[in-house]
Write a protein that binds this ligand. Structure first.
Ligand SMILES: CC(C)(COP(=O)(O)OP(=O)(O)OC[C@H]1O[C@@H](n2cnc3c(N)ncnc32)[C@H](O)[C@@H]1OP(=O)(O)O)[C@@H](O)C(=O)NCCC(=O)NCCS
Length: 226
């Protein structure tokens, strides 16, 4: 997802907590994540729930020109990030969206985010998005975090079809999705308004059957859910 979906005007509307709903598919789906996100630990990368105290590092790392170039404008202040984080927690409790903080090694500093939002009730079809500070590009952080997030989406949330949109000009974003084994299904012409210009986006998908058949990216090992 190119978009960081929080917008200040959303704060004027309460997100109503929904009862835990059965997924559209007949499979049993874990719903515990609505009460609080699990910590997903890889070899060096850990995904965990966002906290208000992550606002300062996310503001510093995600508002740079190179990071924000092809995504919708992130909050422009630390306070704006605090509101964004509070919004993500309400959306998670409502069962519509999750946002993980990316941390590495033994440090607890948030260096990026992975987002997952439902495109239909029950998360059968969902969309993911991601951004990390540019100091961490090309280091393997994305790949390890992506494995954790995608495994969580398919195995815990019960996603069947995972979509991602990337501006065609976003070489790193498209390269990252391609190397995850995502399939480019099409081109969404003039679908993303950025700085007054409509940009074409590529639509990428991963299906649960591809993931479970292990035809998508072999990964770096099993994740541990605490
Ligand atoms: C998207 C993002 C999280 C990916 O993380 P990353 O660490 O840069 O990703 P990686 O380096 O692991 O993978 C990117 C791949 O694209 C390739 N790539 C880089 N520039 C490229 C370009 N101009 N054209 C095509 N491929 C390119 C890289 O070589 C790499 O592939 P490789 O590992 O096989 O060499 C990070 O770049 C980011 O935060 N970008 C800004 C936010 C953003 O655009 N998010 C939305 C994405 S849809």
């Amino acid at each position: 997802m190119e978009k960081m979906p929080y917008r200040p005007e959303l704060d004027r509307h309460d997100v109503r907590l929904q009862p835990v709903v059965a997924a559209a598919a007949s499979e049993t789906v874990s719903t515990d994540w609505r009460n609080g996100l699990p910590m997903l630990a890889g070899a060096t990368v850990t995904l965990r729930e966002l906290r208000a105290s992550d606002a300062a590092s996310l503001f510093a790392l995600l508002t740079t020109e190179e990071v924000s170039r092809f995504i919708s404008p992130p909050p422009s202040t630390v306070d704006g990030f605090e509101k964004f984080i509070a919004w993500t927690l309400r959306q998670r409790a409502a069962g519509a969206y999750v946002c993980f903080a990316v941390t590495i090694d033994a440090t607890d500093t948030a260096i990026g985010i992975f987002q997952l939002r439902q495109l239909e009730p029950g998360f059968g079809t969902a969309e993911w998005g991601f951004a990390t500070g540019s100091a961490y590009w090309g280091t393997g952080v994305f790949q390890e975090g992506a494995q954790l997030l995608v495994t969580f989406a398919f195995e815990t949330v019960g996603v069947h079809r995972l979509e991602a949109r990337a501006a065609v000009r976003n070489g790193r974003g498209n390269g990252a999705l391609r190397k995850m084994g995502a399939v480019q299904e099409g081109l969404l012409r003039k679908s993303f308004l950025k700085d007054g210009e409509y940009l074409d986006q590529a639509l990428w998908t991963i299906l649960d059957e591809d993931w479970k058949a292990n035809t998508v990216w072999s990964g770096t090992g099993r994740m541990i859910v605490h």
